[in-house]
Design a protein around this ligand. Sequence first.
Ligand SMILES: [Zn+2]
Length: 218
Amino acid sequence: MFLLGHSCWSYLFSKATGRKLNVNLPAYLALLSGILPDFDIYFQPYLVHHTYTHSLVVIIPIVLVMTYFFGRLGFAFSIGILSHLLGDFLVGTIPLLYPFYPNSDVGLNLGIPSLADTALEIGAFGLVLLYAYRNGDYKLVLKPTRDGLLLAIPLFALVTLTLLFAGDRSIPLAEFAFSRRALTIITLGHILQANHECRRFLCSTSRIMGGVTRRLNP
Ligand SMILES: [Zn+2]
């Protein structure tokens, strides 16, 4: 699954978990949690992509530690991390017990890119827009909040990880992104999501800067 799907899935799963547990996980954390397992891309070649960070042997202790230290909020965040493994399990495979069993890959392998993957990613993106409208997160666009500013973090991760992943594999990104219809839709989804997060971030920045200027020049 691509980063678009991962961040949308984690938003949906972690927000829903937070809601059940009566905690409000900030939007930037909900979007970020699902792309954390792919942060191994930042550490290549020292950390091989899709190994330790996609294994329950590593993720389960992280879930326990997060929940121990941050309670319900930590648990909701962890569900976002786990949703990454579920997404990769559906469209590909995950090394469930790496490094103890390096060949323990399991998954439905629906294919990536594939129609199933595109439906899972774009469907989740649509649901995120609906959910954000219903739970009030869309207001981050309308008023300056710390959360709005912090959306820069998942946005930065989305862009840099995509560039690094393509760079490491010498993939000509623009060509690849539009090479198949399924990929074109995913690419457009990424652009829309990045644009959405960017607008929220810029809105918060400009309003906060405006407030500071007014205070300095009353
Ligand atoms: Zn992954």
